[in-house]
Each structure stands twice: as structure tokens, then as C-alpha cells.
Design a protein around this ligand. Structure first.
Ligand code: ZN
Length: 274
């Protein structure tokens, strides 16, 4: 008898994800490359690419599919008005926000939050993506840069572009184009530190924390989200801005994450955390 792994998807679900969901964001070649890299590895073997920002194991494809499945199921459930379920939490980390159409990056193979947003767009919904991960959601921003029905909001450390992913596109001057003009809002923190991503032990903790986030949310971001009147808010959730996180070197606490979540649910009842 063949052993079934915990969380293994049925062939029907895998086919649905491959044909209906993943192509909303990713190229066929990208999906194929993730599958083939995973299957080329034996049990216990690993592969690291791009300064160790992308890792593969034999289970990576299956794991990435499960995360995409959670995002897809989550958005369908929250948008279904017949079940009385307005809020959800996908326990999939990270949100996938660095993954591009044809490129994995920064621990992300598939862009789960972008997939969920595209599914909601197919239903004609206006979507706000609120990205509070300490890194810029560059992959997500790229997907919706010209879409006037998606508001993309990101708070992240910039530190003169020494903070990952180092792209100019994390700056506040990047605010969308065409119909999406002013529908991208980047709060790019300058903490005064220069970040050493090569030798991570060289970094010291910044003072960035609850006060700065509270001020940015209350005076700038929440009013913009409110004005946009979204049908759905997707929280692109990484907890790496939290106190003592080894890659964020910042000081957010659980209280601030709770404050942001609660405030967003007051602006729009339908909220999915991914
Ligand atoms: Zn991050």
C-alpha cells in the first residue's frame, strides 16, 4: 500500500490549482520549474538559490501548492455570502509576496496573496492588499501596478535600499500607473541604520515599532483604505517586524498586529489574513 503524506492534495485539487488558480499570476514555465526542481531532489536533499533566499526540498512543490490551496479556499469562503463567514486566516507563511510571474524570490515560490486577489477580481470585487510584512511586497505590487480596482498598501524597511529586496520600487514615489495611478502606497521606513544582509549577525535592532506603525496607519493608511471602499481586505501577513525577529530587527508587538487587524475589520467586514 502506498503511503499518503500528511496534507497531500488529491490529483483533482492539484489539477484545479494548476489550471485555474496558478495561471492567474504565474507562467506555466514557472510552475513547471518549481515542480521539477522539487522532484529532482531526494528525501533530505535541499537546494538553495540566490544567496539562500530560495530553498527547495523534495516536498517544496507540494507545500507551495498547499499554501496556494489555502489562499484559494480562504478567499472563496470569505466571499461566499451564504455561509456567514466574513473573516479567515490562512496558516501559510510567508504570504508569497516576493514571488513574481516567472521567478521565485525571498522564500516565496507562489504568490498566495496575489492569487487570492486575482480570484476576487474575477468576481468583480474591489480588493485592498494590506502588506505589513517588514519587507516590501515587490512581487504583489508588480501584479496590480496598473489595476485601479486593487489598492496595494505596504509598510516596509527601506534604509536607503540596503534592506531586502533592495529594489527602487519599494520607494513612496512608486504609486501605480495608468488606471492604477495612486493605488499603490509605499511607506518605506528609514531607520537611520545601514543593513548588512550578507552577514546578518552584523545588524543591530532598529527603534522602529508600534508608535511609527500606529501613526502611519491612523493618519495615512486607514483613511486611504476607507476612501477606497474595498469589498475585501487581504492582509499580506509576515510577522518579521515583530520584536526579536532575527531578520526584521524591529520592535512591533502583538498589540500592534491586533490593532491593525481590528481596525481593518472595522473598515471592511470581509478580511482574509494570508
Ligand atoms: Zn518579510
Amino acid at each position: 500500500m502506498q503511503e499518503k503524506k500528511l496534507g497531500e492534495l488529491s490529483p483533482e485539487v492539484e489539477e484545479y490549482l494548476r489550471k485555474e488558480v496558478l495561471p492567474l499570476v504565474h507562467s506555466e514555465d514557472h510552475v513547471k520549474a518549481v515542480r521539477e526542481k522539487s522532484s529532482s531532489l531526494g528525501p533530505g536533499e535541499t537546494l538553495a538559490e540566490k544567496h539562500n533566499d530560495v530553498y527547495f526540498s523534495n516536498d517544496s512543490y507540494q507545500g507551495a501548492l498547499l499554501s496556494a490551496c489555502a489562499a484559494s479556499k480562504g478567499v472563496q469562503t470569505v466571499l461566499d455570502s451564504s455561509n456567514g463567514l466574513d473573516r479567515g486566516y490562512c496558516i501559510t507563511r510567508p504570504p508569497g509576496h516576493h514571488a513574481k510571474c516567472s521567478d521565485p524570490a525571498g522564500f516565496c515560490l507562489f504568490n498566495n496573496v496575489a492569487l487570492a486577489a486575482k480570484m476576487a477580481r474575477k468576481e468583480g470585487k474591489r480588493v485592498c492588499i494590506f502588506d505589513w510584512d517588514i519587507h516590501h511586497g515587490d512581487g504583489t505590487q508588480e501584479q496590480f501596478y496598473e489595476d485601479g480596482d486593487v489598492l496595494f498598501v505596504s509598510m516596509h524597511r527601506c534604509d536607503k535600499l540596503t534592506f531586502y529586496p533592495y529594489n527602487e520600487s519599494m520607494k513612496p514615489s512608486f504609486s501605480g500607473e495608468g488606471k492604477g495611478k495612486y493605488h499603490t502606497v509605499n511607506v518605506a521606513w528609514e531607520t537611520g541604520l545601514v543593513v548588512d544582509e550578507e552577514v546578518r549577525e552584523n545588524n543591530t535592532q532598529s527603534t522602529l515599532g508600534n508608535n511609527e506603525y500606529r501613526k502611519a496607519c491612523d493618519t495615512l493608511l486607514f483613511p486611504i483604505v476607507e476612501q477606497f471602499k474595498p469589498d475585501l481586505i487581504l492582509i499580506s501577513c509576515g510577522f518579521d517586524g515583530a520584536l526579536n525577529d532575527p531578520l526584521g530587527w524591529s520592535k512591533l508587538t502583538a498589540m500592534m498586529y491586533a490593532y491593525m487587524t481590528e481596525s481593518l475589520t472595522r473598515i471592511c467586514p470581509k478580511v482574509l489574513v494570508i
